[in-house]
Ligand binder design. Structure first.
Ligand code: CO8
Length: 254
Protein backbone atom coordinates (compact mmCIF):
# COMPACT_ATOMS: atom_id res chain seq x y z
CA UNK A 1 0.00 0.00 0.00
CA UNK A 2 1.23 3.52 -0.82
CA UNK A 3 2.32 5.64 2.11
CA UNK A 4 -0.23 8.28 3.09
CA UNK A 5 2.56 10.81 3.60
CA UNK A 6 5.79 10.56 1.62
CA UNK A 7 9.19 11.51 3.00
CA UNK A 8 12.10 12.11 0.63
CA UNK A 9 15.50 13.68 1.10
CA UNK A 10 17.11 15.64 -1.70
CA UNK A 11 20.55 16.83 -0.62
CA UNK A 12 19.88 19.00 2.41
CA UNK A 13 16.16 19.32 1.76
CA UNK A 14 13.44 17.04 3.16
CA UNK A 15 10.22 16.92 1.16
CA UNK A 16 7.07 15.89 3.04
CA UNK A 17 4.16 15.16 0.68
CA UNK A 18 0.57 14.48 1.77
CA UNK A 19 -0.33 11.62 -0.54
CA UNK A 20 -4.14 11.42 -0.81
CA UNK A 21 -4.63 12.99 -4.23
CA UNK A 22 -8.03 11.28 -4.71
CA UNK A 23 -9.36 13.18 -1.69
CA UNK A 24 -7.49 16.37 -2.60
CA UNK A 25 -5.02 15.51 0.21
CA UNK A 26 -7.66 16.04 2.91
CA UNK A 27 -6.27 15.64 6.42
CA UNK A 28 -7.53 12.60 8.27
CA UNK A 29 -6.20 11.09 11.49
CA UNK A 30 -3.70 8.84 9.67
CA UNK A 31 -2.34 11.77 7.64
CA UNK A 32 -1.86 13.81 10.79
CA UNK A 33 -0.08 10.97 12.62
CA UNK A 34 2.16 10.36 9.60
CA UNK A 35 2.93 14.08 9.33
CA UNK A 36 4.03 14.10 12.97
CA UNK A 37 6.39 11.16 12.28
CA UNK A 38 7.85 12.78 9.17
CA UNK A 39 8.43 16.11 10.90
CA UNK A 40 10.13 14.30 13.80
CA UNK A 41 12.36 12.54 11.27
CA UNK A 42 13.31 15.84 9.63
CA UNK A 43 13.96 17.42 13.04
CA UNK A 44 16.28 14.60 14.10
CA UNK A 45 18.36 14.57 10.89
CA UNK A 46 21.22 17.09 11.09
CA UNK A 47 21.73 16.82 7.32
CA UNK A 48 18.28 18.28 6.73
CA UNK A 49 18.48 22.08 6.61
CA UNK A 50 15.09 22.95 5.08
CA UNK A 51 11.75 21.14 4.88
CA UNK A 52 9.26 21.48 2.03
CA UNK A 53 5.62 20.58 2.77
CA UNK A 54 3.45 19.83 -0.23
CA UNK A 55 0.56 17.75 -1.56
CA UNK A 56 0.51 15.07 -4.24
CA UNK A 57 -1.25 15.33 -7.59
CA UNK A 58 -1.75 18.60 -9.39
CA UNK A 59 -5.08 19.71 -7.89
CA UNK A 60 -4.43 20.44 -4.24
CA UNK A 61 -1.94 21.31 -1.58
CA UNK A 62 -4.48 20.23 1.09
CA UNK A 63 -8.25 20.84 0.71
CA UNK A 64 -8.77 20.94 4.48
CA UNK A 65 -9.55 18.46 7.21
CA UNK A 66 -11.42 15.33 6.07
CA UNK A 67 -15.08 16.34 6.22
CA UNK A 68 -16.30 12.72 5.95
CA UNK A 69 -14.23 11.77 9.00
CA UNK A 70 -15.41 14.82 10.98
CA UNK A 71 -19.14 14.53 10.21
CA UNK A 72 -20.09 12.12 13.06
CA UNK A 73 -17.81 13.60 15.74
CA UNK A 74 -19.14 14.72 19.12
CA UNK A 75 -17.72 17.86 20.72
CA UNK A 76 -15.19 15.95 22.91
CA UNK A 77 -14.10 13.89 19.88
CA UNK A 78 -13.78 17.06 17.81
CA UNK A 79 -11.59 18.54 20.54
CA UNK A 80 -9.24 15.53 20.39
CA UNK A 81 -9.21 15.83 16.61
CA UNK A 82 -8.37 19.53 16.90
CA UNK A 83 -5.62 18.87 19.46
CA UNK A 84 -4.00 16.34 17.12
CA UNK A 85 -3.95 18.81 14.25
CA UNK A 86 -2.69 21.52 16.61
CA UNK A 87 0.29 19.25 17.31
CA UNK A 88 1.07 19.18 13.58
CA UNK A 89 0.74 22.96 13.19
CA UNK A 90 2.85 23.51 16.32
CA UNK A 91 5.52 21.13 15.03
CA UNK A 92 5.74 23.05 11.75
CA UNK A 93 5.91 26.35 13.61
CA UNK A 94 8.44 25.18 16.22
CA UNK A 95 10.64 23.00 13.98
CA UNK A 96 14.13 24.42 14.34
CA UNK A 97 14.52 24.50 10.55
CA UNK A 98 12.74 26.64 7.97
CA UNK A 99 9.67 25.03 6.41
CA UNK A 100 8.39 26.06 2.97
CA UNK A 101 4.83 25.28 1.87
CA UNK A 102 4.81 24.47 -1.87
CA UNK A 103 1.19 25.05 -2.92
CA UNK A 104 -0.22 23.83 -6.23
CA UNK A 105 -4.01 24.01 -6.11
CA UNK A 106 -6.56 24.06 -3.27
CA UNK A 107 -5.20 25.29 0.04
CA UNK A 108 -8.29 25.36 2.22
CA UNK A 109 -9.29 25.11 5.87
CA UNK A 110 -6.80 22.95 7.75
CA UNK A 111 -4.59 23.03 4.65
CA UNK A 112 -4.29 26.80 4.84
CA UNK A 113 -3.78 26.52 8.59
CA UNK A 114 -0.79 24.20 8.05
CA UNK A 115 0.55 26.44 5.28
CA UNK A 116 0.31 29.42 7.64
CA UNK A 117 2.32 27.48 10.26
CA UNK A 118 5.14 27.19 7.70
CA UNK A 119 7.74 29.95 7.35
CA UNK A 120 7.43 30.64 3.63
CA UNK A 121 4.60 29.95 1.17
CA UNK A 122 5.11 29.62 -2.59
CA UNK A 123 2.01 29.07 -4.70
CA UNK A 124 1.18 28.29 -8.31
CA UNK A 125 -1.06 30.72 -10.21
CA UNK A 126 -3.97 28.30 -10.16
CA UNK A 127 -3.97 27.89 -6.35
CA UNK A 128 -7.09 28.74 -4.36
CA UNK A 129 -7.14 29.74 -0.72
CA UNK A 130 -9.72 30.11 2.01
CA UNK A 131 -11.05 29.25 5.43
CA UNK A 132 -14.43 27.79 4.36
CA UNK A 133 -15.15 26.21 7.77
CA UNK A 134 -18.05 28.59 8.45
CA UNK A 135 -19.89 27.17 5.41
CA UNK A 136 -19.77 23.77 7.18
CA UNK A 137 -21.08 25.11 10.48
CA UNK A 138 -17.69 25.01 12.22
CA UNK A 139 -14.69 27.33 12.60
CA UNK A 140 -10.97 26.76 11.98
CA UNK A 141 -9.38 24.48 14.58
CA UNK A 142 -5.63 24.67 13.95
CA UNK A 143 -5.04 28.31 14.88
CA UNK A 144 -6.46 29.65 11.61
CA UNK A 145 -8.37 32.39 13.45
CA UNK A 146 -5.06 33.37 15.06
CA UNK A 147 -2.47 33.04 12.31
CA UNK A 148 -4.54 34.60 9.50
CA UNK A 149 -4.99 37.97 11.28
CA UNK A 150 -1.35 37.94 12.35
CA UNK A 151 -0.28 37.42 8.73
CA UNK A 152 -2.70 39.66 6.84
CA UNK A 153 -4.36 41.88 9.49
CA UNK A 154 -7.58 41.55 11.47
CA UNK A 155 -9.77 43.51 9.05
CA UNK A 156 -9.41 41.21 6.05
CA UNK A 157 -8.98 38.05 8.14
CA UNK A 158 -12.36 38.53 9.82
CA UNK A 159 -14.09 39.05 6.49
CA UNK A 160 -12.49 35.91 5.01
CA UNK A 161 -13.31 33.68 8.00
CA UNK A 162 -16.84 35.07 8.33
CA UNK A 163 -17.72 34.58 4.67
CA UNK A 164 -15.68 31.44 3.94
CA UNK A 165 -14.76 33.10 0.64
CA UNK A 166 -12.35 31.19 -1.60
CA UNK A 167 -9.81 33.54 -3.18
CA UNK A 168 -7.16 33.17 -5.84
CA UNK A 169 -3.37 33.25 -5.72
CA UNK A 170 -3.12 36.83 -6.94
CA UNK A 171 -5.25 38.05 -4.02
CA UNK A 172 -3.24 35.83 -1.63
CA UNK A 173 -0.12 37.63 -2.86
CA UNK A 174 -1.79 41.05 -2.50
CA UNK A 175 -2.82 40.17 1.08
CA UNK A 176 0.77 39.16 1.89
CA UNK A 177 -0.38 35.61 2.63
CA UNK A 178 2.08 34.02 0.19
CA UNK A 179 5.63 34.99 -0.68
CA UNK A 180 5.59 34.21 -4.40
CA UNK A 181 3.15 33.15 -7.11
CA UNK A 182 4.57 31.35 -10.14
CA UNK A 183 3.24 29.20 -13.00
CA UNK A 184 2.64 25.54 -11.99
CA UNK A 185 5.40 24.43 -14.36
CA UNK A 186 8.05 26.41 -12.49
CA UNK A 187 6.72 25.94 -8.94
CA UNK A 188 9.07 23.09 -7.99
CA UNK A 189 12.09 24.82 -9.55
CA UNK A 190 11.36 28.09 -7.72
CA UNK A 191 10.74 26.31 -4.41
CA UNK A 192 13.89 24.17 -4.59
CA UNK A 193 15.99 27.18 -5.58
CA UNK A 194 14.78 29.08 -2.52
CA UNK A 195 15.19 26.04 -0.26
CA UNK A 196 18.69 25.47 -1.60
CA UNK A 197 19.66 29.08 -0.99
CA UNK A 198 18.50 28.83 2.63
CA UNK A 199 20.13 25.40 3.03
CA UNK A 200 23.52 26.94 2.14
CA UNK A 201 23.34 29.41 5.05
CA UNK A 202 24.34 28.61 8.62
CA UNK A 203 21.82 26.13 10.06
CA UNK A 204 22.21 27.73 13.47
CA UNK A 205 21.57 31.24 12.12
CA UNK A 206 18.47 29.98 10.29
CA UNK A 207 17.21 28.44 13.52
CA UNK A 208 17.88 31.70 15.38
CA UNK A 209 16.11 33.85 12.74
CA UNK A 210 13.03 31.61 12.89
CA UNK A 211 13.02 31.43 16.70
CA UNK A 212 13.61 35.17 17.21
CA UNK A 213 10.84 36.11 14.78
CA UNK A 214 8.30 33.53 15.98
CA UNK A 215 8.85 34.18 19.67
CA UNK A 216 9.52 37.90 19.32
CA UNK A 217 6.34 38.74 17.41
CA UNK A 218 4.33 37.11 20.22
CA UNK A 219 5.69 39.45 22.90
CA UNK A 220 6.49 43.11 23.60
CA UNK A 221 9.33 44.91 21.77
CA UNK A 222 11.64 45.19 24.81
CA UNK A 223 11.44 41.46 25.63
CA UNK A 224 11.66 40.58 21.94
CA UNK A 225 14.75 42.66 21.24
CA UNK A 226 16.53 41.28 24.32
CA UNK A 227 15.62 37.79 23.13
CA UNK A 228 17.07 38.65 19.73
CA UNK A 229 20.33 39.83 21.34
CA UNK A 230 20.62 36.47 23.12
CA UNK A 231 20.11 34.67 19.81
CA UNK A 232 22.64 37.01 18.15
CA UNK A 233 25.18 36.35 20.92
CA UNK A 234 24.75 32.57 20.67
CA UNK A 235 25.76 32.73 17.00
CA UNK A 236 29.24 33.79 18.15
CA UNK A 237 29.80 30.32 19.60
CA UNK A 238 29.49 28.70 16.17
CA UNK A 239 32.10 27.72 13.60
CA UNK A 240 29.98 29.32 10.87
CA UNK A 241 30.32 32.74 12.48
CA UNK A 242 34.13 32.48 12.76
CA UNK A 243 34.47 31.07 9.24
CA UNK A 244 31.93 33.46 7.69
CA UNK A 245 33.55 36.56 9.15
CA UNK A 246 37.10 35.31 8.48
CA UNK A 247 36.17 34.72 4.83
CA UNK A 248 34.94 38.30 4.57
CA UNK A 249 38.10 39.67 6.18
CA UNK A 250 40.27 37.51 3.88
CA UNK A 251 38.19 38.71 0.88
CA UNK A 252 37.25 35.10 0.04
CA UNK A 253 33.99 34.51 -1.74
CA UNK A 254 31.58 32.32 0.26
N1 CO8 B 1 -12.65 16.27 3.09
C1 CO8 B 1 -12.94 15.06 2.56
N2 CO8 B 1 -12.95 14.83 1.24
C2 CO8 B 1 -12.65 15.86 0.43
C3 CO8 B 1 -12.33 17.13 0.93
C4 CO8 B 1 -12.32 17.31 2.33
N3 CO8 B 1 -11.98 18.48 2.90
N4 CO8 B 1 -12.10 17.95 -0.13
C5 CO8 B 1 -12.26 17.21 -1.24
N5 CO8 B 1 -12.58 15.94 -0.90
C6 CO8 B 1 -12.84 14.82 -1.81
C7 CO8 B 1 -14.24 14.89 -2.39
O1 CO8 B 1 -15.18 14.35 -1.50
C8 CO8 B 1 -14.06 14.07 -3.65
O2 CO8 B 1 -14.07 12.71 -3.28
P1 CO8 B 1 -15.05 11.67 -4.05
O3 CO8 B 1 -14.50 11.64 -5.46
O4 CO8 B 1 -14.85 10.40 -3.31
O5 CO8 B 1 -16.42 12.24 -3.98
C9 CO8 B 1 -12.64 14.40 -4.08
O6 CO8 B 1 -11.99 14.91 -2.93
C10 CO8 B 1 -12.59 15.45 -5.17
O7 CO8 B 1 -13.30 16.58 -4.72
P2 CO8 B 1 -14.53 17.23 -5.53
O8 CO8 B 1 -15.18 16.22 -6.39
O9 CO8 B 1 -15.37 17.97 -4.54
O10 CO8 B 1 -13.72 18.24 -6.47
P3 CO8 B 1 -14.23 19.63 -7.06
O11 CO8 B 1 -13.21 20.05 -8.04
O12 CO8 B 1 -15.64 19.52 -7.51
O13 CO8 B 1 -14.21 20.62 -5.80
C11 CO8 B 1 -13.29 21.65 -3.83
C12 CO8 B 1 -13.00 20.93 -5.17
C13 CO8 B 1 -13.91 23.01 -4.11
C14 CO8 B 1 -11.96 21.82 -3.11
C15 CO8 B 1 -14.27 20.79 -3.00
O14 CO8 B 1 -13.77 19.45 -2.94
C16 CO8 B 1 -14.46 21.27 -1.61
O15 CO8 B 1 -15.16 22.22 -1.37
N6 CO8 B 1 -13.81 20.57 -0.63
C17 CO8 B 1 -13.98 20.91 0.77
C18 CO8 B 1 -13.18 22.14 1.14
C19 CO8 B 1 -13.42 22.51 2.57
O16 CO8 B 1 -14.51 22.87 2.97
N7 CO8 B 1 -12.35 22.44 3.38
C20 CO8 B 1 -12.42 22.76 4.79
C21 CO8 B 1 -12.69 21.53 5.59
S1 CO8 B 1 -12.97 21.89 7.28
C22 CO8 B 1 -11.43 22.10 7.92
O17 CO8 B 1 -10.44 22.04 7.25
C23 CO8 B 1 -11.40 22.36 9.39
C24 CO8 B 1 -10.01 22.30 9.93
C25 CO8 B 1 -10.12 22.27 11.40
C26 CO8 B 1 -8.83 21.85 12.08
C27 CO8 B 1 -8.47 20.45 11.87
C28 CO8 B 1 -9.16 19.54 12.82
C29 CO8 B 1 -8.80 18.12 12.48
Amino acid sequence: MEEIVLYEKKDKIAVVTVNRADALNALNKDVNLALLDCLDKAAADDDVRVVILTGSGNRAFIAGADIKEMLPLSSPEARDHGLRSKRVADKLWNLEKPVIAMIDGFCLGGGLEYAMACDIRIASEKSKFGLPEITLGIIPGSAGTQRLPRLIGLTKAKELALTGEIFDAKLALDYGLVNHVVPSETLAEKTYALADRIARQSAFSAKMVKTAMNKGTETDMETASLFEINCFALCFSTREQKEGMQAFVDKKKK
